[in-house]
Design a binder for this molecule. Structure first.
Ligand SMILES: [Zn+2]
Length: 100
């Protein structure tokens, strides 16, 4: 059985929190569209992530597969290390940064 991975929730909260923070700081008048995030089991599909330049550093580190560039990935946590597992090509790569 799969354990439910709370890291997605944490990541999402961080993305949304940072986006809200960044939008206020950068331009109070800039309209930020609502993130369209679809949850399918353990997979997260960030439908309109290209509209979020601020999110791209997160996406690049935590969502996009470095091998095939697919956003169709999930995260795994093994002994406090985060791994990005690609559903498209099966690549598994370690996640850099302050992944909590
Ligand atoms: Zn891949």
């Amino acid at each position: 059985m799969h354990k439910v991975d709370k890291s997605y929730e944490t990541l999402l909260n961080r993305i949304q929190g940072d986006l809200a923070h960044a939008s206020k700081k950068d331009s109070a008048r800039l309209e930020i569209p609502e993130p369209q995030i679809i949850w399918v089991g353990q997979r997260t599909i960030f439908r309109n992530f290209m509209e979020f330049p601020k999110a791209l550093r997160y996406v690049r580190d935590y969502v996009i597969c470095p091998v095939c560039q697919s956003p169709d990935t999930r995260t795994e946590k093994v002994k406090k290390l985060g791994f990005l597992v690609c559903e498209a090509c099966g690549a598994r790569s370690s996640i850099k940064g302050n992944y909590a």
